[in-house]
Design a protein around this ligand. Structure first.
Ligand code: DUC
Ligand code: ZN
Ligand code: ZN
Length: 491
């Protein structure tokens, strides 16, 4: 007996067709019209879209950052992702100071034990010693085919140009891809010191310490190295015109350069959000900073014309004030008391959050929530407005991420033989986004009050229904590590 999704419209990166989809076990086994129902559980999908589960290739769950940790972990963060239609994500393992890449990997494997959706790892290299260089090829055997290097966060994560160049040479040899956080960290340090010395300490000055020019410069520098080494480059969280221009130019010259932007960079602005009165703007501090509408328009053009190939979140949430939410109940209800996170050990404990940067914008933990919102907000702002077709929406949020990071067609599409990660998407259902109803462990939502039309009604992970309307049906430990293949295509 299988599950037969009947009478829906199947949306892939290339087509929208009225068809039935038969799932047996964990896989899609048949797509066709008027498939016989006998012996199957039938899901009536009339008026619904059947889309592949979302893939968010840029998340930071339980990330140590600026003296605290990001809130969402591989338990609550996974549930939140699934409620928003994301069934796979790729998180960043951070090489610990003085440690090896495999030391970092062990830490993240431990974090991932409660997994509820599928996940992969990128490896963030912070210290490319000779022994670490020698370790890189073995990552491929472990299904990790992407390295990440930070060109910013001086004295924390930042690497120098020689390191980036060497990492690219090594990656190119082994069919891996290099990702960069592209901002000039040396210039940022100078700007930051000047601003603080002038008494400019409020959240809005974060923007001035990281202007578009230093993002564009670093993006161009990395793109030049990709051209010289032949290493596929993926620029994460592109926010602005100078960075888009650098990627566009490099691609026109034939360099293997790709890029993503994140959903918040289409919506959140310096003027309204980061510049909000008091300390409110700290909610929107992330790096690179959010930009104003003129850059949003450049990003829409870039995701339309293929200069950028994917949309992710950089999900990395911190408390504003702290508080309770539905996640607390779930922690107890669905884990049978087995959950051993902070809150279980000491319910009064609250991880430090945005307040760490009161009086000094540079100490505000960088990041915001978004893993749950991405698909709904992109559908609403992109498809409902006519900027994106449903097929391009699927391509940006599901298919291209899978192709670029080596897990297509297992993930990222609805096709015979693919994992049955399926969204039953209701394009007519309305929903108001709010921190009071979201499932992320965060006391604010970047899109608070945004009325979207189009939501995932049911979510299937490898053939198992994990979300049904507002009901959670997933289980800890059922999320699986996704081994990715090297030599993925450059799109
Ligand atoms: N940017 C953020 O805003 N948060 C985490 C790391 C990053 O690069
Ligand atoms: Zn980054
Ligand atoms: Zn990030």
């Amino acid at each position: 007996m299988g599950i037969l999704f009947k009478n829906g419209t199947v949306v892939t990166a290339s087509d929208m067709v009225q068809a039935d989809v038969l799932v047996e076990g964990e896989k899609v086994v048949l797509i066709g019209q008027n498939l016989p129902t006998r012996g199957h559980e039938v899901i009536n999908c009339k008026g619904k879209y059947l889309m592949p589960g979302g893939i968010d290739v840029h998340t930071h769950l339980d990330l140590p950052f600026g003296g605290t940790y990001s809130n969402d972990d591989f338990d609550i963060g996974h549930k939140a992702a699934a409620f928003g239609g994301t069934t796979t994500h790729i998180d960043f393992v951070i090489q610990p100071k003085g440690g090896s890449l495999h030391d970092g990997l062990k830490i993240w494997q431990e974090k991932a034990k409660p997994a509820q959706i599928d996940y992969g790892f990128h490896m963030a290299v912070t210290d490319l010693r000779d022994d670490v260089m020698a370790e890189i090829p073995s990552l491929v055997d472990e299904g990790i085919t992407s390295l990440k290097l930070f060109m910013a966060y001086k004295n924390v994560f930042q690497i120098d140009d020689a390191t980036l160049y060497k990492a690219m040479e090594q990656s190119a040899k082994h069919g891996m891809i290099v990702m960069v956080h592209a901002e000039n960290g040396d210039v940022e340090e100078q700007l930051r010191k000047q601003l603080l010395a002038e008494g400019k300490t409020d959240p809005v000055w974060h923007y001035s310490s990281r202007p578009p020019e230093i993002e564009g410069e670093a993006t161009n520098r990395a793109a030049v190295m990709a051209g010289l080494t032949g290493c596929p480059l993926y620029v994460v969280h592109v926010t602005c015109e100078p960075a888009v221009a650098a990627i566009r130019r490099a691609r026109a010259l034939g360099a293997p350069v790709m890029g993503e932007t994140c959903v918040q960079y289409f919506y959140v602005t310096r003027d309204k959000h980061l510049g909000a009165p008091g300390f409110e703007g700290s909610k929107y501090v992330c790096s690179p900073p959010v930009r104003n509408a003129e850059h949003h328009a450049v990003l829409w053009q870039a995701v339309k014309d293929g200069t950028l190939q994917a949309v992710s979140t950089d999900h990395c949430d911190f408390w504003y004030e702290g508080g309770v939410g539905p996640w607390q109940e779930w922690g107890k209800a669905h884990n049978g008391g087995d959950w051993i996170g902070y809150e279980k050990q000491d319910p009064s404990y609250r991880r430090p959050g945005k307040e760490l940067g009161k009086g000094d914008f540079s100490k505000i933990p960088n990041g915001m929530p978004g893993i749950e919102d991405r698909m709904m907000v992109m559908w609403h702002l992109g498809v409902n407005s006519g900027r994106l077709s449903p097929t391009r929406f699927v391509e940006l949020n599901c298919t291209n991420p899978a192709k670029i990071f080596g897990c297509y067609p297992q993930k990222g599409t609805i096709a015979v033989g693919a994992d049955a990660d399926i969204l039953v998407w209701d394009p007519n259902k309305r929903h108001t986004i709010s921190a009071s109803t979201h499932h992320m462990k965060c006391d604010y939502n970047v899109y608070e009050g945004l009325k979207v039309k189009g939501v995932p009604q049911q979510v299937y992970l490898r053939g198992k229904r994990i979300v049904d309307g507002g009901i959670w049906l997933g289980k800890n430990g059922e999320g699986r590590f996704v081994r990715r293949a090297p030599h993925a295509p450059v799109l």
